[in-house]
Design a protein around this ligand. Sequence first.
Ligand code: DAH
Length: 347
Amino acid sequence: MKEKVELIKSSLDTDLDNIDNINTLNEVKAKYLGKKGMITELTSNMKELSIDERKEIGRISNELRTEVTNKLNSIQKELEEKAINEKLSNEKIDITLPATKLKVGTPNILEKVTEELEELLMSMGYDVVEGPEVEKDLYNFELLNLPKGHPARDAQDTFYIEGDTLLLRSQTSPVQIRTMLANEEKEPVRIICPGKTYRRDDDDATHSHQFSQMEGLLVDKNISLADLKGTFDVIAKKMFGETSKTRFRPSFYPFTEPSVEMDISCFNCGGDGCHICKGTGWITIGGAGVVHYNVLDNCGYDSNIYSGFAFGFGIERIAMLKYGITDIRTFYINDLRQNVNFDRKEA
Ligand code: DAH
């Protein structure tokens, strides 16, 4: 028996020294502590021994078992720590790398549509010009060929601020006047003017006392309605898709002659007629025309030399059509979700 114990002790030391991973650890565990392990076997033929011998063997084997178990546990702990440290050093995070920036918020839909129009028209050579929202009656109406008492003023029910001279602009067209007056050399003009406008409308699904427009003005020599048509074609295709068609319908604005309504073919039904185009196949997205000679002359541009075209889009209207928004108040209720993931709804 003693020999067996010595054998165990001597082989144990080398076996423990040779453990270098979990597999070899398990092998050693089985070799000594397993069902047929060397320590277990010490007590396998106890029946044949005397009581004293049994006690002695029992004590020795228990001591050995505890000793081996403790050693194996501590080796196991070392191995696990080593593995974790290796993992940590291999997976080191480089904290000097700049973090990915998270976008906070989304652009407002009206802002997005305005920017899209701006980018397109700027690529065609237009400058973006802004004007004041508190405007003179002179620029908002009179120099645009709408003298006091002109019936067409009624169509733009206006907020007046001081008597009949100062108002909240009812359209972005006064920026045309400001730009032409300010151009001392009377050089050609090519501008777009986005901005807020105001009318004394009751707010409902399609009207708001405050809304946004984008004005366009091109003045040069030999400009005709054909140039406007070409420009409008490009805008329609960019904003509503390559298959968009355009048409002009006769209309009236005091500052243009002739005046037109600008229609695009319905992007929803392609022109067959549906609820979006109210069965007509066409959708109106703005007014336009050839700049009235009175307007050019009012601003010091000789209408015998110069001609031009002008147009005005309602930004909300374009955004509503493009994104399937049915209520204009959606833009103003401050609900961030309204601006997230707006896809054009296929109706
Ligand atoms: N200012 C017009 C409106 O608010 C829109 C408009 C029509 C602008 C024709 C223009 C134009 O420049 O030529 O209803």
